[in-house]
Design a protein around this ligand. Structure first.
Ligand code: AMP
Length: 222
């Protein structure tokens, strides 16, 4: 049975960083980032990548059906008895419905918990403007808050660090708007289903610990 957990939060809330921290503690968990999957598709020039390009460059959302397709494929080929940690998916109510439908129709899984990473907006903008990412392993650094040991080089794998094309100021602001308009309503979607767990996202260590504690305890907001 796929045990799906979701990391929800505004752009820059630390979904990727927290997911990486969780997987360090629980190496059996599968981190699924639709953003990473789409960037890989774009780099390798696949049909999905070509379709996604125009939306990603503007900070807009890729159509729901395209994203659901890659997620479904990923689950189908992956192990069944695993925890899947979704980061950046679902992003719209429609994607949440499609995911629930897919899980119930296949009879193979459920969304067990949704962690909402809460961070003040000023912190988010500051984080994103200095964010740099490893081209090879996806590790995330920050030019001032968390610089790599050697400039431009990933500490973990030696890969090249770059600034994401959609981390420029104009696109960042658009991504916030998209989040407010299309993603924020997911908070009530999952609250109604009693699986939402708000988590303080200011520090990675605190967020990781809160999530691991919540997984060990009963479901639902306390
Ligand atoms: P992320 O790395 O999660 O910030 O995603 C980067 C970009 O990929 C987003 O701004 C969207 O254009 C696209 N993207 C990632 N995940 C999704 C999704 N679940 N639905 C639609 N578009 C997505």
């Amino acid at each position: 049975m796929w045990d799906v957990m979701i990391l929800l939060g505004a752009p820059g809330a630390g979904k990727g960083t927290t997911a990486a921290g969780l997987v360090e503690e629980r190496p059996d968990w599968k981190h699924v980032s639709t953003g990473n999957m789409l960037r890989e598709a774009l780099q390798s020039g696949t049909q999905v990548g070509l379709e996604a390009k125009q939306y990603m460059e503007k900070g807009e959302l890729v159509p729901d059906a395209v994203v659901m397709k890659i997620v479904a494929e990923h689950l189908r080929v992956g192990p069944k008895d695993a925890v899947y940690l979704f980061d950046g998916f679902p992003r719209t109510d429609e994607q949440a419905v499609l995911l629930d439908q897919f899980l119930s129709e296949s009879g193979e899984g459920r969304v067990s918990r949704v962690f909402l990473l809460e961070v003040a907006k000023e912190v988010l903008v500051e984080r994103m403007s200095g964010r740099i990412v490893c081209r090879d392993c996806g590790a995330v650094y920050h030019l001032t808050n968390m610089p790599p040991k050697q400039e431009g080089v990933c500490d973990s794998c030696g890969g090249e660090l770059y600034q994401r094309a959609d981390d420029n100021r104009e696109t960042v602001l658009n991504r916030f708007e998209v989040y407010e308009k299309q993603t924020a309503s997911l908070i009530s979607y999952y609250r109604e289903r009693d699986v939402l767990v708000p988590v303080d996202g200011l520090s990675k260590a605190v967020a990781v610990k809160a999530i691991l504690d919540a997984v060990a305890g009963p479901v639902g907001e306390s």
